[in-house]
Design a protein around this ligand. Structure first.
Ligand SMILES: Nc1ncnc2c1ncn2[C@@H]1O[C@H](COP(=O)(O)OP(=O)(O)O)[C@@H](O)[C@H]1O
Ligand SMILES: [Mg+2]
Length: 102
């Protein structure tokens, strides 16, 4: 195995580093950090409103974090373009967009 491949295999697949998401005054995620390894199966648990869906939405790039970084396969995806359907004419149910620092 090449050195580059060995390094990639040793690194977590997904790194969430100090990610915060706010909706106006509401801080939905506050400096959340986690790592998920290749082949690892994890679950997010928490009461209603804890921020589970917001966490998935920020990992997928649907939301952009107010602070922190999302690293996938060693590449910074924090500013990953949101899916095109987010830019479609129909914004869906009346939910607000998260606030961004950038
Ligand atoms: N689009 C949004 N606009 C405003 N507030 C939101 C939005 N999405 C989630 N929230 C708020 O953020 C918090 C976390 O919500 P959510 O991620 O949906 O929690 P869970 O999925 O764990 O039930 C809640 O207080 C919720 O009301
Ligand atoms: Mg949810």
């Amino acid at each position: 195995m090449s050195l580059a491949r060995q390094e990639a295999a040793a690194r977590p697949l997904l790194e969430v580093r100090g990610v915060s998401v706010r909706f106006g005054a509401l801080l939905a995620l506050h400096r959340v950090s986690l790592e998920i390894g290749r082949g690892e199966i994890v679950a997010i648990i928490g009461p209603n409103g804890a921020g589970k869906t917001t966490l998935l939405n920020v990992i997928s790039g649907f939301y952009h974090p107010y602070e922190g970084r999302i690293v996938f396969e060693g590449r910074d995806r924090t500013r990953l373009a949101p899916p095109t359907w987010r830019r479609s004419a129909s914004p869906g149910p009346s939910r607000t967009s998260p606030c961004s620092r950038a």
